[in-house]
Design a protein around this ligand. Structure first.
Ligand code: SAM
Length: 329
């Protein structure tokens, strides 16, 4: 098992399939993009599936989420999902995507066994979308959401980040939209993970503020807080339920004590925390001929060094050198 020195066990593996993205969301990367990883440094599809297999067969991984960058940019995605859902014991296989191109692949992904999808949508206004993501692709995302729902990848979850003065007036309309479509909305507090290092505490819309805005229009009652377990989102029943909304207060309401996640970057580095400053290089070990046992041992050692918390509130906090897009959100 992937147990750290505080007794937490990692069962949720997040795999970045590429650091590239076709959007430029301001809380993630600059408009001009970033220097992408050279192809030779990216794990191949076979290498990805081998590491995931080691995680599932030997290390107790029960949930695999493919992310990025933008995972739909990886041509082998359907093949990777097919091979992941064939693993024993069968893990839950999930995808986090910006939704662009999902209209085309939702059906093949569902056939490959994908269980569910999270689609990022921060605004209902195409002009705000363009301002926030520097690309005019709002309609594609809406179409992608509908396709995921039609393909049965339900409940479709929507991730939204609110930014002060940009889209923070949209908490209520976003929830209305998701309720009407049957999507489950989750707001994520903006974290200091942008490549430009532009995050400020004052700029961040906090979980408290999100809840205050939502409460002006909806009756929110805490749901399953007792059984929240390792789930990052605090969930609330909306107007008595059954519809729910989630708020992920990564900064102001950290859930590190219950964290069960471990990450694999597109270039094969294990990260034991989104905010880790050290990584463990499984790709080089694998390319140098490491056995599955060897890889598992390195992975176990990497997780054992996980810190107690992300430390954003600590005066000594250092933002990781990799931005969110290169870690895998
Ligand atoms: N490209 C895919 C997408 O847009 O969903 C997957 C990768 S993206 C990094 C995953 C999630 O991280 C998205 O929901 C995005 O909004 C969120 N995200 C990115 N940067 C963030 C930040 N600085 N703070 C909070 N969430 C962030």
């Amino acid at each position: 098992m992937l147990r750290d020195s505080f007794g937490r066990v990692a069962t949720d593996l997040r795999v970045s399939l590429t650091d590239k993205c076709n959007l430029r969301c301001t809380y993630c990367m600059p408009p001009e993009g970033l220097d992408w990883l050279p192809t030779a440094q990216l794990l191949t599809a076979d290498e990805i599936v081998r590491l995931v297999r080691v995680g599932v067969e030997r290390l107790g991984i029960t949930e695999v989420r493919y992310t990025g960058g933008e995972p739909l940019l990886r041509r082998e995605l359907v093949d990777i999902v097919t091979r992941t859902t064939a693993l024993e014991p069968r893990p839950q296989v999930l995808l986090t995507t910006n939704g662009i191109g999902l209209a085309r692949v939702a059906e093949p992904l569902a056939r490959a066994g994908l269980d569910r999808v999270n689609v990022s949508l921060d605004t209902l206004d195409p002009a705000t979308f363009k301002r926030l993501a520097h690309r005019d692709r709002h309609a594609d995302v809406i179409e992608g959401l509908a396709a995921a729902d039609a393909a049965g990848l339900r409940p479709v979850k929507v991730n939204a980040v609110l930014m002060r003065g940009v889209n923070d007036h949209e908490a209520v309309p976003l929830l209305r939209f998701c309720l009407a479509q049957g999507y489950e909305l989750r707001f994520i507090e903006q974290m200091p993970l942008d490549a430009q290092h532009g995050w400020t505490r004052e700029g961040m819309i906090t979980a408290d503020e999100i809840l205050e805005r939502l409460s002006s229009a909806f009756d929110l009652a805490p749901d399953d807080l007792e059984q929240r377990g390792s789930a990052p989102a605090e969930r609330f029943l909306v107007d008595g339920g059954p519809a729910r909304v989630g708020v992920i207060g990564s900064v102001t309401r950290p859930f590190c004590g219950a964290c069960d996640r471990v990450r694999l970057t597109a270039d094969g580095q294990v990260r034991n925390c989104l905010f880790a400053t050290e990584e463990s290089d499984l790709k080089s070990a694998m390319r140098a001929g490491a056995s599955d046992d060897d890889l598992a041992a390195r992975w176990i050692a990497a997780v054992s060094r996980k810190r107690a918390g992300h430390g954003i509130d600590d005066p000594s906090f250092l933002q990781p050198s990799r931005p969110m897009s290169a870690i895998g959100g």
